[in-house]
Design a binder for this molecule. Structure first.
Ligand SMILES: Nc1ncnc2c1ncn2[C@@H]1O[C@H](COP(=O)(O)OP(=O)(O)OP(=O)(O)O)[C@@H](O)[C@H]1O
Ligand SMILES: [Mg+2]
Length: 472
């Protein structure tokens, strides 16, 4: 049988379910702006790279509400609708897993899923902000602090996220919890052309002048943590507007003006910290601030973080070792002090991010009585750069794990079911990535991994000898 001229809306309708057929079908549909296609109960979304407003308006939401799965054209709303109805009618919690490589459109899809769930479980507009508004507005806040431009995606998630939306017995959203995983810390201090650091740094540098004066900030090109790349602006994005939008989203989520000020103080302090440079001190292997500029940045950072500049300098230029007998303070040479400075910046940034997530959770509130929830998982997609760090290793391993979960459900369990019911079927070939997982998960590999590293004599750091991997 020839494939229909406009392609088929479900891959299972293809007479030959093989890779060329699947790709051909997706391409045919994509040409017609049909970005969604089913494969049984799985939805494949192809990134349109353009706003298809008509696909997501309120009319569309009304249409999909309660419509039997498969009756209407494939759509992300249909998937959310099935999950919601199963929850209401069968009292079952559900999770929706969004996977794909970096830039595929996972985060955008997640936001549409959440928007639709908020539509289904939203309350009638009342005074003040609603839980669903807070849940939706948590997205731009988290994106400002956890997303960045990479070579693959201008708004790439640099953390994993699992959002649990809780519902009461009437099917109304009653609370939510956001869990995040493994923020990419190295980005705070190290970026390469044409990538950017986390959006929040550029947003703050584009803030109104009185804010810049408050944080003693200048042009982003001034800051070492930003000027290692020549990319400062994103096409079609105004950082100044995004700054105000982020502030508004923070208001809705329930982060007070005072707290917002504290958050941006930390962001500004990190930029100043990156500009603190060290020179050799009088004693052997010791360091001092390089010049007046470094002194200015250190004092400003200390002021913003509300700590004593002397103690702060000590914290960067000295290492404290606690032994059972005594506390030993050792001076650091300029190279080691720079590493200590970067370590400090990365740590306070990741703590700030964790604090934000906690704040969002406490502000939205959890419903302890909720019996049902719908979880939505959006992680960072598979990526491979010219130079890959341990973080890419973790990101790609997570993606392999998800792929295995997919394989289990789509191929293995389904085929076991056929065998059990003695249904006549032909075995579907698929690439099982279990070997990849075994390679990483089995203890012997950890040994190989550690053998790939040597200890650098001057800094006592683990340095990989695997050519394409570098620790940061
Ligand atoms: N359904 C969509 N409609 C319009 N544009 C989209 C859609 N999906 C994705 N895009 C575009 O593609 C870009 C990348 O998508 P997104 O950030 O969701 O990718 P991702 O899969 O989350 O990648 P990463 O793993 O890097 O976080 C978006 O910024 C947006 O411009
Ligand atoms: Mg993403």
């Amino acid at each position: 049988m020839e494939a229909a001229a406009g392609g088929v809306d479900d891959m299972t309708k293809l007479s030959y379910l093989h890779e060329p057929g699947v790709l051909q079908n997706l391409a045919t549909r994509y040409e017609l702006n049909e970005i969604y296609t089913y494969t049984g109960n799985i939805l494949i979304a192809v990134n349109p790279f353009q706003r298809l407003q008509h696909l997501y308006d309120s009319h569309m939401m009304q249409q999909y509400k309660g419509a039997p799965f498969g009756e209407l054209s494939p759509h992300v709303f249909a998937v959310a609708d099935v999950a919601y109805r199963a929850m209401i009618h069968e009292g079952r919690s559900n999770s929706i897993l969004v996977s794909g490589e970096s830039g595929a459109g996972k985060t955008e899809t997640t936001k549409m899923l959440m928007q639709y769930l908020a539509y289904l479980g939203g309350r009638a507009a009342t005074e003040g902000r609603t839980v669903e508004q807070q849940v939706l507005e948590s997205n731009p806040v988290l994106e400002a602090f956890g997303n960045a431009k990479t070579v693959r995606n201008n708004n790439s998630s640099r953390f994993g996220k699992f959002v649990e939306i809780q519902f009461d017995k009437h099917g109304r959203i009653s609370g939510a919890a956001v869990r995040t995983y493994l923020l990419e810390r190295s980005r705070v201090c190290q970026i390469s052309d044409p990538e950017r650091n986390y959006h929040c740094f550029y947003l703050l540098c584009a803030a109104p002048q009185e804010e810049l004066d408050k944080y003693k900030l200048e042009n982003p090109r001034t800051y070492h943590y930003l000027n290692k790349s020549n990319c400062y602006d994103l096409v079609g994005v105004s950082d100044a507007r995004e700054y105000l939008a982020t502030r508004r989203a923070m208001d809705i989520v329930g982060i007070s003006t005072q707290e917002q000020d504290a958050i941006f103080r930390v962001v500004a302090a990190i930029l100043h910290i990156g500009n603190i440079e060290f020179a050799k001190g009088k004693e052997v292997d010791s360091s001092v601030l390089k010049d007046d500029k470094s002194k200015f940045h250190l004092e400003t950072a200390a002021e913003l973080l509300m700590c004593d500049p002397g103690a702060f300098t000590d914290a960067l230029c000295k290492r404290v070792m606690v032994t059972p007998e005594e506390v030993i303070k050792r001076s650091l040479d300029p190279y080691s002090a720079t590493i200590s400075r970067d370590g400090f910046a990365k740590t306070i940034y990741s703590r700030l991010f964790d604090w934000l997530v906690d704040k969002i959770n406490s502000s939205i509130g959890q419903d302890a009585n909720s019996k049902c929830l719908i979880g939505v998982l959006d992680i960072y997609g598979f990526e491979s750069f010219k130079s890959n760090s341990f973080e890419q290793f973790c990101i790609n391993y997570t993606n392999e794990k998800l792929q295995q979960h997919f394989n289990q459900h789509v191929f293995k369990m389904e085929q076991e079911e056929y065998t059990k019911e003695q249904i006549d079927w032909s075995y579907i070939e698929f690439v099982d990535n279990q070997d990849v997982l075994d390679l990483i998960e089995k203890a012997s590999v950890m040994l190989i991994w550690s053998c790939c590293c040597r200890v650098q004599s001057n800094t006592s750091q683990l340095v990989p000898i695997w050519p394409k991997l570098s620790f940061t």
